[in-house]
Design a protein around this ligand. Structure first.
Ligand code: ZN
Ligand code: ZN
Length: 364
């Protein structure tokens, strides 16, 4: 497989496309014909224009165009800060977010530690000899994490669901966390020996310890192999909890294209968010990516649609997945904020390893 074809397939399985085999012979055990995102053989976006994965011909066109591109290295310093392990492991009652890299963030609400899309491996790929390699090591190592109570997995793409990382978390000291996943992903977890997962459909919710977790619709897709496209669901998460007696609400979208319908609906159902973790990277070329990954301007629109008081841009600066330079998202975010009239402190980026303390009397 260490051939251009093998490399192409590794990339095809990861981002964007290559519907070499569409449809699936497996039945969707959750199929409910009353739900528009259900199909007998899997799931789909409700917007018929959001056709993902793209065709294999379109994927090849992207790869052909990409071969002649020279993507400049980042100008920005993307290196990690030394994480404040004393704070994040102190397990005091607080509200904070620490960006570990890509879509992996530690959200601490009260006494509950929530980890999003944990990825601590060298490559975001089905194989560790090919596929996108890390630009930055994880800013907090697995062994340095506090005990994790809840792991949220937004979908099964390789840059969001990493086998070695979930196995390590399952074996953490003090007992495994609860894995909360979209429908079907729990079966994959069972296949690698992880049995403490709960699967949710869009708008389902679940109480874990002192937090309530809801799965929301987003516009994306799923695949682990060339034959299982969209057989498991994808989604975003709302987490509601309490820190120091104050109710807190967080939104983590996972990967998504811009769907005004989904995000205004999320805004309608919940009364604002204290924190949103939104993807801002992996968006070029737009002709290929726009149905599945927002650009920074669309991320700012999501921030407004859902009524977030503070958003943190993630899913950039860690893996070179697409055609924009690794630091372009942060630059484009500044322009997008200005264009849409959103203040610089309302939608921010963090350094890898940086913790944002969100209790009002804490210093940022
Ligand atoms: Zn994805
Ligand atoms: Zn992704």
């Amino acid at each position: 497989m260490r051939t251009p074809v093998g490399r192409l397939l590794a990339i095809a399985a990861l981002v964007g496309g290559g519907a070499l085999l569409t449809g699936s012979s497996t039945m969707n055990p959750y199929y409910d014909p009353a739900r528009p995102h259900h199909r007998p053989d899997g799931f789909q976006n409700v917007d018929p224009a959001a056709r993902v994965p793209r065709s294999f011909a379109e994927f090849l066109r992207w790869q052909r165009e990409r071969a002649s591109l020279e993507i400049p290295p980042p100008k920005m310093d993307l290196s990690a800060l030394v994480p404040d392990l004393g704070f994040i492991r102190g397990r005091t009652n607080h509200f904070s977010v620490t960006w570990i890299g890509h879509a992996t963030a530690l959200v601490q609400i009260g006494h509950v530690n929530v980890l999003t899309d944990p990825h601590f491996s060298e490559r975001a790929s089905p194989v560790q000899w090919a596929g996108p390699r890390r630009w930055q090591p994880p800013a907090v190592r697995l062994a340095e994490l506090p005990r994790i109570d809840v792991v949220l997995i937004s979908h099964n793409h390789y840059d969001h669901l990493d086998e070695d990382s979930v196995l390590a978390l399952n074996g953490q000291d003090g007992g495994p966390p609860l894995f909360v996943v979209p429908l079907g992903v729990e079966k994959w977890l069972e296949g690698v020996g992880i049995n403490n997962a709960r699967a949710l459909d869009w708008w389902d919710s679940l109480q874990v310890k002192d937090v309530t977790v809801h799965l929301t619709p987003v516009q994306h897709w799923s695949r682990r192999t060339l034959a299982d496209a969209n057989t498991t669901l994808w989604g975003g998460f709302v987490v509601e909890g309490t820190s120091r007696g104050k109710a807190r609400r967080v939104f983590f979208s996972g990967d998504t294209g811009y769907s005004r319908e989904h995000f205004t609906e999320i805004g309608r159902r919940f009364d604002g968010f204290d924190l949103a973790l939104l993807p801002i990277g992996a968006y070029e070329p737009r002709w290929f990516m726009s149905t599945q990954h927002v650009n920074p301007e669309e991320a700012v629109r999501i921030h407004r649609d859902i009524g977030a008081r503070l958003s943190v841009g993630i899913h950039w600066g860690t893996f070179q997945l697409t055609d924009e330079p690794l630091d372009q998202a942060a630059t484009d975010l500044v322009a997008a904020r200005e264009k849409l009239g959103v203040g610089s402190r309302e939608f921010v980026t963090l350094r890898h390893g940086q913790t944002l303390r969100l209790d009002p009397f804490d210093k940022p």
